[in-house]
Design a protein around this ligand. Structure first.
Ligand code: FES
Length: 159
């Protein structure tokens, strides 16, 4: 039998506090999903069920929110998750080529985890930094006005 999924007590306390902050429980879903992602790495159906119980929200609602937002990983990602925005402003200045260049440099396909588990490259929707396109988010940080030279330097620093 597989081990039952559990949230650490600090995460449970954090989610409880978030639930108390808002008028509706559903408003705490985004911070709760971020917390669960921090703990488990990605959001599985088991994580959805766990949050549903923890927050007393129907699992279908938790799942809807998790599925809607691309920032919640649905499968494992590498230590450095490189999310390249390919929405319109970024696409117009070569975002897809940027993502392809990064994949080629790292020897990975989009959304796959590199053999050494260090990298995953994904294409995502607008990250709200359209004025500095093309851009990418790596874990919690933004990298803007990307060109090949900047990418080379950046990838080198992550090795
Ligand atoms: S379109 Fe890329 S950050 Fe908005």
């Amino acid at each position: 039998m597989s081990k039952k999924l559990e949230l650490p007590s600090a995460s449970r306390a954090y989610i409880k506090k978030e639930l108390e902050r808002y008028e509706t429980k559903e408003s705490a879903l985004i911070p709760a999903l971020f917390e669960a992602q921090k703990v488990f790495g990605f959001i599985t159906p088991e994580v959805v069920d766990l949050l549903a119980v923890e927050m007393d929200i129907p699992p279908s609602r938790v799942n809807e929110v998790a599925q809607f937002y691309t920032m919640f990983n649905k499968k494992p990602v590498g230590k450095h998750h490189i999310q390249v925005c390919t929405n319109i402003s970024c696409a117009m200045v070569g975002a897809r080529e940027t993502a392809n260049y990064i994949c080629k440099k790292l020897g990975v396909k989009l959304d796959e985890v590199s053999k050494d588990s260090r990298f995953t490259v994904s294409q995502v929707e607008c990250l709200g930094s359209c004025g500095t396109a093309p851009m990418a988010q790596i874990n919690d940080d933004y990298y803007e006005n990307l060109d090949q030279q900047k990418i080379d330097k950046l990838l080198e620093s992550l090795k």
